[in-house]
Each structure stands twice: as structure tokens, then as C-alpha cells.
Write a protein that binds this ligand. Structure first.
Ligand code: SF4
Length: 417
């Protein structure tokens, strides 16, 4: 379906390419050669350029071009015969993911997100001890000390500009202090961040030591000067905020998030502190919210038994593909052109129109990119707040919801005949 194009001069443009949800971009140059005029970052520039340049992609079965109708007939045949289809990726907007989850339920499939491990770690930590969190707006207006845990400035390129150096802040005089806790990495543009190098494998231990010192307990061996200095700054701060991306914390994400939760609880005994977990984009927060609203559980849920079965370890993409339990991979990824995981399992890709594959999948259906080829809506990385997305150019690319509803209708007809 062709979307009505909106001119890029027509007001500020929201960006769908990471969880920060910036809505102040302006582009020029039209759809042939879009250029970021203001507000964007390199990630946004490459995201918009890639999507603008791929609006004419067509479906293909095993690498051979076909019509959308032929593609959907083929997909319906494979889905109808699948024992356990895995709906992975889920890197889309709310509308793409809602339709994909409905189709997964109708076909007795599993839903998991490409960032499922980080989402699961965050949910597990929340279930086990609770987490005291805040929002982007509250932290921007009130935090006087930011602790950036791990790789957040690379994942959210405008984090420093939008949160630490905003033109206006409520309730605060002067700029907040910011300390990066993690592996040495390229500094964020325009920011004078202090850096405390802590290897990823040592983050959990370091946070536990901080907590012990804040609680007045001694440590084995001589306390390190850097640790003691940070303890002092946390004690003196009016509102320290710890920001992290669960998906960037690797294998120890669950442990690190629990340790941060404990540290914040300790700080709140005498003052005020909070966590600010940020979803890494690719629609991961939307996927988690949609799955929760649909079934009562997050991603990592199977509908195979006719009722939702939430078990993120059992229903993870990696395990299901490695074990061969899933016999069909339905890869949904209109926001991200990266290919699906390599697997001998037949793969149906409903994805970004600029997707490139080393080996052609069983089926490729290019979808409209929300926020470029069609209107849409995606969750911001800090939780339930929604970012409305705009169509920026005319496009014949189908929306994910249109395609998945078409598939569901075909399957229902086959069942009745
Ligand atoms: S920081 Fe994220 S949301 Fe903001 S412009 Fe860059 S990619 Fe887009």
C-alpha cells in the first residue's frame, strides 16, 4: 500500500533507530539523497540513508524474485506444516510486533527477540528482588551524578547531549557529573566524561565492593583509591542515577543488574538514587510490552501447548535453533537489516528492504521501515512512553501488520477447506 509522503521540511522528525527516541531531527535533500541537517547522529544518518535507498526491494523465494501474493502463499504453506515455528528478531515497531505475536499464537509458535537475553536478564532481576528505576525525563531534570555502566554512549549516541547536556533542566543548577564504569571505549562526542576502567567480567564484583563500602563494611585488602573516591561522591550526591543497557552487559547481565539494584537500595536508605535501564533499540521494549499485554508474559514465550508457556531459557532463539527443536524460523526485522542467525532450519525473512544475505533464505519479504516508509509507533528505551513515527516518503512496501494478517487469513482458509 502506498503511504502518503511527508516532506522532510515539515517539522521535526522522530528517529526509530535506537531506544533514545529523539524526535527533533531534520533532514534535507529529499528521498534521493537525505542529509541530516540537525539533531541526528551517525547511527540515524546511516539508518535513514539505508532505508531511503531500498524502497524498491521485491520479495523472493530462495533468491528468485516473486510477487507478494506468491510469497505469502509460499509462507502460508510452510507455516501450516511447521511443528514449532520460531518467531525471532521482532525488530519492528508496535504494529509489526502485535501482528507477528498474533500469528505466532495462531500457529502454535514461539516468540523471542534478537535482544532476548538482555530482556530476560532485566526481567529476572526485577522478579528476584525488585528494581528502583526512574525515567529519562526525571533523571535529566534531577540527577546530579550519572554513573554510566558499560557500553551506553556507543549504543545511544546522543545520550550525553540529550541527558547530560540539555539546554534546559528543572530543579538543577549547573551540569551533572558523569562517570563511565566499564571497558575503555571511544568517548561520546562533545562530552568530558570521567572514566573508571572496570573490565566487563569484574563489574559485578566492583559494584558489590561499592555497596559494601557504602554500608560501612570493610573489604579484604587495601581499599582502592578510585573505589573510595566514587563511594564518597555517591554519598555526597543528591540524586545519583545508574544508566545501563541490559543487552550490553553480556553473560553477567543478570548478576550486574541485581548488584546495581542492591546498590541503589542501599543508597536509598539515606538519600535518593535510581536505576535507568535503557532498551537497546530494535523495538525490544515494544516486543516485551506487546508480548506482556498479549499473553501476560514477556518474550521467551511459547504458544505450542495452546496456552502461553513463559520460559525464556527454554524458548530462546539460540537454544531452539541449536537443538533443532524449531523447524521453521520466521525472522521479523523491518528496523534492522542485519541477517538472521545462520541455521539449517528453513528461514522466512520479513525484514528491512536493504537486508543482504550470504545465502538466500527460503523466503524474503521486504517490509516498510516504520518511521521512513510508513507511520508507526515504537516504545522509548526507558519503558512505556511511546514515540510516534512518521512516513517520510511514498512507498509500495507492505507493512508488517498487513503481511502477517494476510498470512493468518490464508492459514484460516486452509484450515476450513
Ligand atoms: S541517538 Fe538514537 S534516537 Fe537519537 S538520533 Fe541517534 S539513533 Fe536516533
Amino acid at each position: 500500500m502506498t503511504q502518503q509522503a511527508m516532506t522532510t521540511e515539515d517539522g521535526a522528525i522522530p528517529c526509530p533507530f535506537c531506544g533514545l527516541g529523539c524526535d527533533d531531527l531534520s533532514l534535507s535533500g529529499g528521498s534521493d539523497e537525505p542529509r541530516m541537517e540537525a539533531g541526528g547522529c551517525p547511527k540515524a544518518q546511516s539508518g535513514f540513508s539505508l532505508a531511503f535507498g531500498a524502497a524498491a526491494a521485491t520479495p523472493a523465494i530462495a533468491g528468485r524474485s516473486c510477487t507478494l501474493e506468491e510469497a505469502l502463499d509460499h509462507a502460508a504453506g510452510l507455516l501450516g506444516g511447521a511443528r514449532l515455528p520460531l518467531f525471532g528478531g521482532l525488530a519492528g515497531d508496535l504494529l509489526d510486533i502485535q501482528a507477528a505475536v498474533r500469528l505466532a499464537e495462531a500457529t502454535g509458535g514461539v516468540v523471542d527477540h534478537r535482544n532476548g537475553a538482555g530482556l530476560t536478564a532485566a526481567a529476572t532481576a526485577l522478579q528476584s528482588g525488585g528494581l528502583m528505576t526512574t525515567s529519562l525525563g526525571d533523571a535529566r531534570n534531577r540527577a546530579d551524578l550519572w554513573i554510566l555502566v558499560g557500553d551506553v554512549t556507543q549504543r545511544f549516541p546522543r545520550l550525553v547531549e540529550r541527558l547530560l547536556e540539555p539546554s534546559q533542566r528543572l530543579h538543577m543548577e549547573g551540569m551533572p557529573e558523569a562517570v563511565v564504569l566499564g571497558e575503555p571505549a571511544a568517548e561520546a562526542p562533545g562530552a568530558a566524561l570521567e572514566h573508571l576502567p572496570v573490565p566487563a567480567a569484574a563489574l559485578h564484583d566492583f559494584i558489590q565492593r561499592l555497596r559494601a563500602r557504602l554500608a560501612g563494611r570493610g573489604l579484604d585488602g587495601e581499599p582502592e583509591a578510585a573505589t573510595e573516591a566514587l563511594v564518597q561522591r555517591l554519598t555526597n550526591a543528591r540524586f545519583p542515577v545508574f544508566v545501563y543497557a541490559p543487552g550490553a552487559l553480556g553473560d553477567q547481565a543478570d548478576l550486574v543488574i541485581r548488584a546495581l539494584g542492591g546498590l541503589v537500595r542501599t543508597l536509598n536508605e539515606a538519600g535518593r538514587a535510581a536505576l535507568l535501564p535503557l532498551g537497546g533499540g530494535d523495538g525490544d521494549i515494544s516486543a516485551h510490552q506487546v508480548a506482556a499485554w498479549h499473553s501476560g508474559f514477556g518474550v521467551g514465550t511459547s504458544f505450542h501447548a495452546g496456552v502461553p508457556d513463559y520460559d525464556p531459557a527454554r524458548w530462546s532463539t539460540g537454544r531452539l535453533l541449536a537443538s533443532g527443536e524449531a523447524d521453521l524460523l520466521v525472522w521479523v526485522s523491518p528496523l534492522n537489516a542485519a541477517p538472521p542467525p545462520a541455521t539449517p532450519v528453513p528461514t522466512l525473512v520479513f525484514g528491512h528492504p536493504a537486508s543482504r544475505f550470504e545465502e538466500a533464505p527460503e523466503l524474503f519479504v521486504p517490509l516498510a521501515v516504520p518511521g521512513v516508509h510508513r507511520h508507526g509507533v515504537v516504545h522509548r528505551g526507558d519503558g512505556p512512553a511511546l514515540v510516534p513515527l512518521r512516513a517520510l516518503m511514498a512507498s509500495e512496501l507492505p507493512a508488517g501488520a498487513e503481511v502477517f494478517e494476510g498470512l493468518a487469513a490464508r492459514l484460516a482458509t486452509e484450515e476450513q477447506s
